[in-house]
Ligand binder design. Structure first.
Ligand SMILES: [Zn+2]
Length: 108
């Protein structure tokens, strides 16, 4: 069996050490995964160059999301994909949207 994150498929952005793609199970519209190309199970195992490459794709992914969806904010988190070949670290870049209903400001 192969690790699904070691197979770069349907990716959105790429550089030397990492790639980014839209989540197939998005938390919110535009949820992006940033994945190191090397099969690494923990952030601390990344080289400085790999960390820099991942953060570059966070920057670029954020620009893409701003252009398409105009979110109000973003959450950035780390996760680990478990699969038969082991564990593969990735980042979640999750756009946040202002909910339409709370438009009135209450003053006590
Ligand atoms: Zn992998």
């Amino acid at each position: 069996m192969n690790c699904q994150f070691c197979q770069k498929r349907d990716y959105l952005l790429e550089n030397e050490f990492a790639y980014a793609k839209f989540s197939t199970d998005p938390t919110t519209m535009g949820h992006i995964l940033v994945v190191p190309k090397r099969h690494v199970s923990d952030y601390n195992y990344l080289t400085d160059a790999e960390k820099q490459a991942m953060h570059e794709l966070v920057d670029m992914g954020k620009d893409v999301l701003a252009g398409i969806y105009s979110p109000s904010d973003y959450n950035l988190s780390m996760s680990i994909a478990e699969n038969p070949k082991g564990e593969h670290l990735y980042f979640n870049l999750i756009p946040k949207y202002i909910e339409a209903q709370n438009t009135e400001t209450e003053i006590a």
